[in-house]
Ligand binder design. Structure first.
Ligand SMILES: NC(=O)c1ccc[n+]([C@@H]2O[C@H](COP(=O)([O-])OP(=O)(O)OC[C@H]3O[C@@H](n4cnc5c(N)ncnc54)[C@H](OP(=O)(O)O)[C@@H]3O)[C@@H](O)[C@H]2O)c1
Length: 337
């Protein structure tokens, strides 16, 4: 008889999480009830926001519970359907367990067209991270031809799409990332105008000044902390700052007190706006259609860092905080049948 495997939150992390915070347990394969689907997981998306869910703290998504299965965005195949809208064999994307098999309510998942692009892209450029880049940049950032856009976390899943869309809109694009391989990729593969390695830079403000001779019109903030402090010093009048993520803070045990920015926002009439991708849920079809069109036309590239094997999911997640991924970090669990 086949057995299910699930990844459980074994304990809450202090500061940086470790593999000891996760355990893998075997369990019976669940049975779908009326209106549910039994899914076989094909790809698991590991995402920085999941670090926040490991804390016992109120946020825009509830915390994971110790002893319970971790959930997240996955691409899966329908094994059994108790819902009229789905058939055995359909490939779907949506929230389900970090498990080989999960049951979900049918409304929790969406069918993917496997002929449009590789199915993994439903978790990357045509999924949550691509949409985050698209709406955060275009709705809040509103890039215009000739403006300067700086993006941090630039070689990650969100950042690399932000930079490319900004280029499509005619902006000068400067990326900030954490390795020479990533810097080379941004400039040589994606056509960024400049890129700065924050891990080796001795003076990030000086490097930014050189890379942004006309100042910064949009700062797409994926990381927060001292990198963002340096960029914000260079904003122009009417700059826009979509605040997407603060990964440099996710493992901090103390609340960070950085420079207070309100004076700067007043002086330069800056718009700084936080958002979560859920704010744009009603517009996802628009975003996916446009991203898919750019992809098909060859105007948008994407990278995925795919780790093989369900058991390696915790390690792939931890790698996000060490910058091990270029592009979207995914785990391949199985091929579709
Ligand atoms: N608002 C939303 O709805 C939304 C949606 C998706 C993602 N996000 C946020 O957007 C950001 C990027 O997410 P993603 O999914 O695209 O992840 P990602 O950028 O693909 O992966 C995380 C990257 O963050 C960088 N990083 C890790 N620790 C860092 C630190 N201390 N300082 C600076 N950089 C660090 C690493 O790259 P380096 O090698 O460059 O260090 C790592 O590769 C995250 O903050 C995430 O929480 C927000």
């Amino acid at each position: 008889m086949q057995v299910n495997k699930q990844i459980i939150l074994a304990s809450r992390p202090q500061a940086m999480p470790t593999s000891a915070n996760f355990s893998i347990e075997e369990s019976p394969i669940p049975q779908p009830k009326e209106g549910e689907l039994l899914l076989r997981t094909l790809y698991i998306s590991v995402d920085p926001y999941m670090r926040g869910r490991m804390n016992d703290r109120k946020s825009y998504v509830p915390p994971f519970q110790v002893g319970e299965v971790i959930t997240g965005g996955n691409v899966s195949q329908v094994v059994e359907s108790e819902s009229d809208g789905f058939q055995k064999g359909d490939i779907v994307v949506g929230n389900s367990n970090w498990a080989l098999y999960s049951t979900v309510k049918a409304a929790q998942v969406t069918k993917i067209n496997p002929d449009l692009a590789p199915i993994s892209t439903a978790l990357s450029v045509l999924g949550m991270t691509g949409l985050t880049a698209y709406f955060g940049l275009l709705d809040i950032g509103q890039p215009k031809e000739g403006e300067t856009v700086v993006v941090s976390g630039a070689a990650g899943a969100v950042g690399m799409i932000v930079g490319q869309i900004a280029k499509l809109k005619g902006a000068r694009v400067v990326g900030i990332a954490g390795s020479e391989e990533k810097i080379g990729y941004l400039i040589n593969e994606l056509g960024f105008d400049a890129a700065i390695n924050y891990k080796t830079s001795s003076d990030i403000t000086a490097e930014l000044r050189q890379a942004c001779p006309n100042g910064v019109d949009i700062y797409f903030d994926n990381v927060g902390g001292s990198i963002s402090d340096a960029v914000l010093n260079l904003v122009n009048k009417h700059a826009r700052v979509p605040v997407c993520g603060q990964i440099s803070m996710y493992n901090s045990e103390q609340v960070d007190v950085g420079p207070r920015v309100q004076g700067l926002l007043i002086t330069y009439s800056v718009l700084m706006k936080g958002f979560t991708i859920g704010d744009y849920a009603s517009r996802f079809p628009e975003g996916i259609t446009q991203l898919a069109q750019w992809l098909v036309e060859g105007k948008l590239k994407y990278a995925e860092n795919i780790v093989d094997g369900f058991e390696n999911t915790p390690q792939a997640f931890l790698g996000l905080f060490a910058g091990e991924n270029l592009g979207k970090q995914l785990v391949k669990v199985a091929d579709p049948s």
